[in-house]
Ligand binder design. Structure first.
Ligand SMILES: [Zn+2]
Length: 149
């Protein structure tokens, strides 16, 4: 994905994927940041410092494209894009997990499917662990999950 200056993340996500962002479309959500705001946070986040260094020193994994930090999409993830956007903000991360997890047409997705949808567009550390925790505590999934004996 490549971000355009005037679009918010909500718009970018909507354009690039079938992920439903409608519950997050209110102004208070972190995903309504504009691209320059996001770029600034990405650049100044101390936890991403070492990734910027990697990208700037010729890493094949991380790359700076038009001022944004990206990571190569892993080969096992089907994606229309070569690079996934690095997401730093933890509120934004959990919003994205929620969006990838709940599909308005097919219902809530399992861990693998959620990860595939998310990793095709975004990257953050411990993504799989965070998805697992999110799905485990998802109220709707707990209500509909088959009872174990
Ligand atoms: Zn769920």
């Amino acid at each position: 994905m490549t971000l355009t200056d005037n679009l918010t993340f909500a718009q970018t996500v909507r354009e690039l994927s079938d992920i439903d962002i409608s519950p997050y479309a209110d102004d208070s959500s972190a995903i309504n940041q504009t691209s320059p705001e996001f770029a600034h946070e990405q650049e100044t986040d101390p936890t991403l410092r070492h990734l910027w260094v990697k990208a700037q020193t010729g890493s094949s994994e991380f790359s700076v494209i038009e001022g944004f930090l990206y990571r190569k999409v892993p080969v096992n993830i089907p994606s229309m894009h070569e690079y996934a956007l690095v997401v730093h903000n933890s509120k934004f991360q959990s919003d994205l997990i929620h969006m990838a997890h709940s599909n308005p047409l097919s219902g809530h997705q399992g861990i693998c499917k959620t990860e595939q949808r998310l990793a095709a567009l975004f990257y953050f550390s411990k993504m799989r662990k965070k998805i697992k925790e999110f799905v485990r505590f998802c109220e709707k999934c707990q209500m509909t999950a088959p009872k174990r004996k």
